[in-house]
Design a binder for this molecule. Structure first.
Ligand SMILES: [Ca+2]
Ligand SMILES: [Ca+2]
Length: 343
């Protein structure tokens, strides 16, 4: 009997340790992958594994076969129109000559979708140009504004998320909108934004801004996160090549916020080494909109960094959303929208 125990003990111990090591590897690998997905920094070798993880998580939302990988199924048109005023108010008639963007119903969601509850998160947006700059506006309905209706809680995997610098600062941290642009309209498998005029991801937040600091909404830099790109984006913001106005709506308007956003094609929309997008010519660029909703920390239980909703306009899978080939298409036209189509 004693001999049997002596023989079995090392066998049981080795089996126990193997299970522990396996569990630990599983946990750490998932944690790294999730962060990388949001940051758009995931490597192609890891992304194949993540794709299968997400498929199993998102089975219920795949039922309607809404995804079309790499086929650019979504388009918007930016027509020539009047110059809006970036004051945080959607004035009467200000965007009547602009094409509308409606969400988040029908958008792709990284989280349980918000569309069944409109006051939780929904958006009406517009896009147009005036021949000199490209303009976007968003009227967002969001019932709880992070940092105003909540404490400024932080994600467990990044206590420095609110930093407004490259030192672990997350430009997307807070309620806000992220635009993605690929002005070259060219891509390869797995290629992502380079962080200059050719392609970028840029964040506009209610929570913080490069110009106003923490607690003042505005442009809060973007991705990819590296020093060279951060300095470039900050330069665009400080010299006004990219400008945004953010205003929290008052109670009479319903909870939410307004964003008005202007982009100068030179230097922010570069076609190749020497040319920038010319708004007087019909041009196609790759494009996506992402909307982020933070509420109370517990509302986002189980989601990336406890974010409540992460929705994006171009309907591609979660781990492909920052691939250039996954963006939708923005068609810039040098003509006005037909009066019959205006609203
Ligand atoms: Ca305005
Ligand atoms: Ca919110």
């Amino acid at each position: 009997m004693k001999n049997t125990i002596l023989i079995l003990f090392p066998v049981v111990f080795i089996l126990y340790m193997s299970v522990q090591i396996f569990n630990q590897r599983q946990t750490s690998s998932e944690a790294i992958d999730y962060t990388s997905i949001k940051m758009g920094l995931i490597s192609s070798s890891i992304s194949r594994d993540v794709k299968s993880v997400h498929k199993s998580l998102e089975v219920s939302r795949l039922e309607e076969d809404e995804f079309d990988f790499g086929a650019y199924p979504d388009t918007l048109t930016a027509y020539l129109g009047t110059t809006p005023k970036l004051d945080g108010f959607i004035s009467k008639g200000e965007y009547d000559d602009a094409e509308k963007i409606i969400g988040v119903k029908g958008w792709h969601s990284d989280t349980p979708p918000a569309s069944e509850k409109k006051e939780d998160l929904s958006v009406v947006g517009w896009v147009k140009h005036d021949g000199r700059s490209l303009y976007f506006a968003f009227d967002v309905t969001d019932d709880i504004i992070y940092g105003f209706d909540t404490k400024r809680w932080l994600p467990s995997n990044n206590p420095d998320a609110n930093n407004l610098n490259i030192e672990k600062g997350w430009p997307f941290w807070g309620d806000g909108i992220e635009l993605m642009m690929n002005s070259t309209y060219q891509w390869e498998d797995n290629s992502r934004c380079v962080g200059d005029g050719r392609s970028w991801q840029f964040c506009c937040s209610t929570n913080k801004s490069i110009l106003g600091g923490l607690g003042v909404g505005g442009l809060s830099s973007g991705l990819p996160l590296n020093t060279e790109v951060w300095e470039r984006y900050e330069k665009w913001i400080r010299n006004g090549d990219m400008e945004a106005s953010v205003r929290l709506k008052d109670k009479a308007e319903g909870r939410g916020y307004i964003i008005e956003w202007r982009i100068n094609p030179n230097p922010c929309m570069k076609i190749d080494e020497t040319n920038f997008v010319d708004l007087s010519k019909e041009t196609k660029v790759g494009f996506n909109v992402e909307i982020q909703d933070l509420d109370e920390k517990e509302n986002g239980e189980g989601n990336f960094s406890n974010m409540h909703h992460i929705d994006y306009w171009s309907k591609v899978s979660t781990n492909r959303k920052t691939d250039l080939k996954s963006f939708g298409t923005l068609i810039i036209k040098p003509i006005k929208m037909k009066v019959a189509d205006q609203h």
